[in-house]
Ligand binder design. Structure first.
Ligand SMILES: [Mn+2]
Length: 307
């Protein structure tokens, strides 16, 4: 994925601080007001809950040796905290390892979870402020309170789905500057900040399944496939692996009409017109790092033992 063009322009200029004030900040032009939505049709769980979590990461085939550029963490704090960051690959063109920023961001976030009062946007703010690597990353954080309230903050095109009783109850949507250039937390002033995060609060029930992932999952796997894969895998560890494996399989399939290829065509990217005339269209998955976290809401262990 790309670094915003406005930043690419600025970075070639000799006196960046002066120019940053002379040119409009990307954040100013594109900032969305934080969205707060609450799904509350369900009754409160009324007892303490926590996540049972499975994770699976498959690096981009060309980045296996270094482990890819996605990063994530899982914390047992309160009901559980899950987060994914995706290092923006465009930095490699400037001899910057895109993994450094995403990994440092997640390491910092994991160290601050107990200090932010169940506020994932504040966690992003703290983690971003403490990250000194050069680079940028998309990021998503979800924090579960013991009362079943899940708080989500998302910058960019990582994503989250909530599945209840075999149906998608909630979905995040990507934020982007233009195709393949998502909002991103950055070492540069023109990047986005926690203020650009989409924030949501959702009341969860026991048994709800949360799927969190990098775009390597959602660009290659449709929501209906996520639902059916979850239905086939009741164990969260197996479910995470099955989803990552499916994303990997689609990512290398040049004939698969993936969410990514459908979106690309919708944005005007396609095969040359002479091929179109022959009925050929742009297809294929998207090669990328693939990170999947599957979390299931359950009653707290202590309560199960005591009942
Ligand atoms: Mn990615």
């Amino acid at each position: 994925m790309a670094i915003p063009r406005s930043y690419q322009l600025l970075s070639h200029l000799p006196s960046y601080p002066k120019l940053s004030s002379a040119l409009p900040r990307t954040t100013t032009r594109t900032r969305l007001l934080p969205v707060s939505c609450t799904l509350s049709e369900s009754k409160s769980i009324g007892s303490e809950v926590s996540f049972k979590v499975g994770t699976h990461l498959i690096p981009h085939p060309n980045k296996v040796e270094r482990g890819g550029e996605d990063a994530f963490f899982v914390s047992p704090y309160s009901g559980g905290v899950i987060a994914v960051a995706d290092g923006v690959s465009g930095w490699a063109e400037r001899n910057v390892d895109p993994a450094l920023f995403s990994r440092e961001l997640m390491t910092n976030a994991s160290s601050f979870v107990e200090e932010v009062g169940h506020d994932p946007r504040f966690l992003m703010r703290r983690a971003h402020a403490a990250t000194f690597s050069i680079g940028s990353a998309t990021a998503i954080v979800a924090m579960l309170q013991r009362n079943g309230i899940l708080k989500i903050a998302n910058v960019g095109d990582c994503g989250l789905r909530i599945i209840r009783k075999g149906q998608i109850l909630f979905s995040t949507f990507p934020q982007e500057h233009y195709f393949d250039c998502p909002y991103q937390l950055s070492s540069e002033e023109v990047g986005q900040t926690y203020q650009d995060a989409m924030v949501c609060s959702v009341e969860l029930e026991e048994g709800d399944i949360i799927i969190m992932g990098s775009d390597g999952l959602f660009d290659n796997v449709f929501d209906h496939e996520i639902v059916s894969t979850i239905g086939d895998n009741t164990d969260v560890v197996m479910a995470a692996k099955a989803l990552a494996d499916l994303a990997r399989k689609h990512s290398v399939d040049t004939r698969f009409d993936s969410p990514y290829s459908i979106e690309a065509r919708a944005r005007g990217f396609d095969v040359p017109s002479w091929k179109k005339a022959l009925g050929v269209k742009l297809t294929g998955g998207k090669l990328d790092d693939i990170t999947v976290i599957v979390a299931q809401v359950r009653r707290s262990v202590a309560e199960v033992i005591g009942s």
